[in-house]
Design a protein around this ligand. Structure first.
Ligand SMILES: *Cc1c(COP(=O)(O)O)cnc(C)c1O
Length: 217
């Protein structure tokens, strides 16, 4: 199945880059996939999953969590402030911290709950107007601001522009992370996770290459 193939490609890419396969976490992106495909991947042993909508995740993960131990959920899609509470209750990691208002809301919830998911700051490396994420020039300031709020930042995340060479964006993200003392790099999807690993990805987000194409609509 797709899962074992992707696991071995991750291991090969890590080894080729002089890295340990265990230093790359595979997030199986299950958004929009039918439950039977998700269940098959759970049965194969995968426990780390990515969803891009709070609502969709809330609709189906509690039932899987009742049947399978050790599931970790990563939010990889944009987070509206009014969904932040539900998101911190359900997700172990949020990859899409991208604005001061959300940082303040998450800090307030962290104080209240005494815990907070691990957080990645999303960087809009291509400065695309329609895309979420802080601009590369604003990243250092935003990281400092989030740290001052006491938020548990673990790294940076990006989604390169579809029509550009992703490596340039992965390299830029790695550079911004390094100068900010952040070790986590959430980058690489089905089509480019091997080059992301070559450039230091610690978390790859792979959907269709594991589950098959998403059928929208
Ligand atoms: C859907 C999605 C992915 C997975 O994309 P594939 O091309 O199916 O691997 C990764 N990251 C984000 C942010 C996504 O929304």
């Amino acid at each position: 199945m797709g899962l074992t193939d992707i696991q071995s490609r991750i291991a090969t890419a890590a080894t080729a880059a002089g890295r340990k396969p265990a230093d790359v976490t595979l997030i199986a992106v299950s958004k929009v996939q039918p439950p039977e495909r998700v269940e098959a991947v759970l049965m194969a042993g995968q426990r780390i999953f990515g969803e891009n909508r709070v609502q969709e995740a809330a609709g189906r993960w509690p039932a899987f969590q009742a049947r399978f131990d050790g599931i970790k959920l990563h939010l990889i899609g944009p987070l509206q402030t009014n969904k932040a509470r539900q998101a911190v209750e359900m997700f172990d990691v949020i990859h899409t911290l991208d604005r001061p208002k959300l940082a303040e809301t998450l800090a307030r919830l962290a104080d209240e709950r005494g815990s907070c998911p691990d957080l990645f700051v999303q960087v809009n490396t291509g400065a695309e107007p329609q895309k979420a994420g802080v601009l590369p020039d604003d990243a250092d300031g935003f990281v400092a601001q989030a740290r001052a709020l006491g938020l548990p930042l673990v790294g940076l995340m990006c989604i390169p522009p579809v029509d550009e060479e992703p490596s340039l964006h992965f390299a830029l993200l790695a550079e911004i992370a390094a100068r900010n003392g952040l070790t986590g790099l959430s980058m690489g999807m089905s089509s480019d996770f091997e080059s992301a690993i070559a450039l230091g990805a610690t978390h790859v987000r792979v959907g269709s290459a594991i589950f098959g194409e998403r059928a929208y609509g």
